[in-house]
Write a protein that binds this ligand. Structure first.
Ligand code: ADP
Ligand code: ZN
Length: 291
């Protein structure tokens, strides 16, 4: 029988569920809203019960507990989504579906997808940023996620405020961290217009590019990754990447030499699928390790 793997991308607004084969080809996919666990979890179980998956990769919004020896391993922890706070998502799904689950953050999953099958295929390190409803990043090094006491939270790094930018930031924890200044909702709050409907010459894009360039500068000097991949809805603005590259070059001021900018700062090659493919690849890895 051909092997089937499961993917669950648990996002703040929707869960994307998928089935893939051993070549990481997506065979089925559905999307369900992130409402409450009592509504969402039965829909996940119903979907996967129709298939015969041998493992599931779960990339989850966070913060989450990834420490295997922690009593709350597999839980969504301090999320602003009250219904999901301290919810044992891995425990509940493993019990109901009776398959092993590889659990990581949503951005780690997307990072892994690009690492095994996308823009960073063949490299030993990379960082993946998503710039959407929030900002997050995952990092890979030598086949492993970069993690310490927990997963990285690069989206909340402190950035230097651009003088002309009068917006105070909207992160409930830090106000003007990277996410508080440059994620989709912060862009919308400045102008009252959604990013996708805003003019390409709006000055907000210069601010956003500056903050993202600072984040990439910091990431470059801290981790020295071979490639940085920028995904998420906001980066679909075509004027943004060239602005970020320009600002990044100015900030770095040739202090370190790094790969050619067009090779170094790139868009995902897996389009909108790095998270799904990453979760399938993690499921495949989990199954290989369990055997
Ligand atoms: P999510 O982060 O919820 O998974 P997205 O990555 O699509 O989903 O991010 C949604 C955010 O990105 C919203 O704030 C939206 O306004 C913004 N966004 C989506 N598409 C674009 C676009 N083409 N240009 C600018 N902003 C966009
Ligand atoms: Zn923050």
């Amino acid at each position: 029988m051909t092997e089937q793997y499961g993917s669950i991308e648990a996002g703040g607004t929707k869960f994307v569920l998928a089935i893939g084969n051993k070549n990481l080809e997506i065979m089925e996919r559905i999307s369900i809203p992130t409402s409450t666990p009592s509504e969402t979890i039965p829909k996940i179980i119903e979907f996967f019960k129709k298939f015969n998956v041998c493992a599931i990769g779960l990339g989850c919004f966070g913060p989450i507990d990834l420490k295997k020896d922690s009593p709350t391993y597999g839980y969504i922890t301090n999320t602003p989504k009250i219904d999901w706070q301290m919810f044992d998502i891995v425990g509940v799904l493993e019990k109901e579906l009776a398959v092993p689950i590889l659990f990581t953050t949503d951005v780690n999953a997307a990072c892994y997808g690009e690492y095994v099958a996308g823009a960073a295929k063949g490299l030993s390190s990379c960082v993946y940023y998503t710039i959407g409803t929030g900002i997050g990043a995952g990092a890979m090094n030598m086949g492993e996620f970069v993690e310490g006491f927990s997963h990285p939270e690069m989206g909340h790094m402190i950035v230097r405020k651009v003088e002309a930018d009068t917006y105070e930031g909207n992160c409930p924890f830090h106000r003007d961290c990277l996410e508080g200044l440059a994620a989709g909702p912060a862009i919308e709050k400045r102008t009252g217009i959604k990013g996708q409907e805003m003019g390409q010459d709006d000055p907000t894009w210069d601010f956003v590019a500056d903050y993202l360039a600072q984040a990439i500068y910091n990431t470059t000097l801290i981790l020295s990754p071979e490639k940085i991949i920028l995904g998420g809805g906001v980066i679909k603005q075509p004027q943004l990447l060239p602005k970020i590259k320009e600002k990044f070059k100015q900030l770095l001021n040739e202090y370190v030499s790094y790969p050619h900018i067009d090779e170094y700062l790139v868009l995902p090659t897996l389009g909108d699928n790095p998270g799904t493919i990453g979760c399938l690849a993690l499921a495949k890895k989990k199954q290989t390790l369990s055997n």
